[in-house]
Design a protein around this ligand. Structure first.
Ligand code: FES
Ligand code: FE
Length: 375
């Protein structure tokens, strides 16, 4: 079921954040502390760590976080810092160790649960209590087949701040569970290094005013996007495929079989979800597209985008190109627009910001949410 409330009146002008919010290193530093290091952050796809000892390091706010699979098969997250003298423990972005993590500086060695298990001459250091000098644990939850981590001492409720955000957006009828995302296989991953502030990317994802101008392929598949209404505006609303369209592909040709639990009224529809601060999810009948953002500087954001399909589709070796190409083009078109906007944020023309069109009050809410977090 979809609900389509009336559009808000066009009388109240909503302005955006002033330009310096997108360029000021001090604001970015505050965001690192009060947003990225305080909320749940979607870090790593669980299946990427396919065996004990497989690890991946990710930058979250000012911290490097190490996510690894333990001997018992569970995912664990730690600050990627040796407790001896603070050297970065794993310097590679990903890799695999056999049984333990050894610091390359003085060879302190930790097991895959983070416990200090060996150090040269440890017997001569009776004051060092091994149990005190394990790696610093970071909270971790698995959802949708991803490891979500939180650096806060007291993480906010995962159910409310992460799962709740998806449920709130989709409504009960359009449950995200129907897509079985955690059971899907990775068909394609593209990493985009975007020279823009993370908020420009969020705002762009939340609006569709630009769709008619820069997304010809997408508006062919989803004709209502040509009207500029954001798919995220209405709770539970999925944008319908055009009449001639048979699949969510770059030319509207057939995609793959509908995922088994996708409901009748979710068929031939596209849903988009933003989970603050850094995740976007797109749901279509035959696949799920999940974006994770890694804001690295006030003017640089790495976006990792995964295209996820039924395992048998990926295993069959069928050509995914037309399916992947649609949103890959959308990504390139969006990120180019964000990169074109970024330098102008420092212009005096944008000192007081710009305006949002009336259907974008949810972007105004994003700004309110952000500014209240920053205090
Ligand atoms: Fe890691 Fe010394 S800093 S062993
Ligand atoms: Fe777009």
């Amino acid at each position: 079921m979809t609900t389509t409330p009336a559009a808000p009146s066009a009388t109240s002008l909503i302005t955006t954040l002033p330009g310096h919010f997108y360029t000021d290193p001090e604001i970015f530093r505050q965001e690192q502390e009060r947003v990225f290091e305080s909320l749940w952050f979607c870090a790593v796809r669980a299946a990427d760590l396919d065996k004990p000892g497989a690890f991946r390091t990710v930058q979250i706010g000012r911290e490097s976080v190490l996510v690894t699979r333990s001997r018992s098969g569970e995912l664990r997250a730690f600050l990627n810092i040796c407790r001896h003298r603070g050297a970065r423990l794993c310097t590679q972005e990903s890799g695999e160790v056999r049984r333990a993590l050894q610091c390359p500086y003085h060879a302190w060695t930790y097991d895959l649960d983070g416990k200090l298990i060996a150090a040269p001459n440890l017997v001569k250091m009776p004051d060092v209590d091994r149990t005190e000098y394990g790696l610093v644990k970071v909270a971790l939850r698995e959802w949708l087949g991803y490891a979500w981590v939180c650096l806060a001492d007291e993480p906010p409720s995962f159910e409310e701040s992460v799962i709740g955000a998806a449920v709130e957006r989709l409504g009960d009828a359009a449950s995200i569970d129907h897509y079985g995302t955690e059971r899907l296989a990775l068909g394609k991953r593209v990493t985009y290094d975007v020279r823009a502030n993370w908020k420009l990317i969020v705002e762009n994802f939340m609006e569709c005013y630009h769709c008619a101008t820069i997304h010809p392929e997408l508006t062919d598949v989803l004709p209502e996007f040509a009207d500029g209404f954001a798919a995220q505006y209405y709770v539970g609303h999925g944008a319908s495929f055009g009449e001639e369209v048979t699949g969510f592909t770059v030319d509207g040709s057939a995609g793959f079989e509908r995922l088994p639990e996708v409901a009748e009224d979710q068929d031939r529809r596209y849903y988009a979800i933003t989970i603050k601060p850094t995740v976007f999810i797109n749901l279509v009948p035959d696949h799920v597209i999940l974006h994770r953002m890694f804001p690295l500087a006030e003017d640089r954001t790495v976006v990792e985008c995964d295209w996820l399909y039924a395992p048998e589709v990926v295993a069959s070796g069928v050509d995914l190109a037309k399916s992947v190409e649609l949103f890959h083009r959308v990504n390139e078109q969006d990120f180019e627009a964000c990169e074109r906007t970024q330098p102008a944020m420092a212009s005096r023309a944008y000192r007081r910001g710009g305006v949002l069109v009336p259907t974008e009050h949810h972007i105004g809410q994003f700004h309110d949410w952000l500014t209240s977090r920053l205090g």
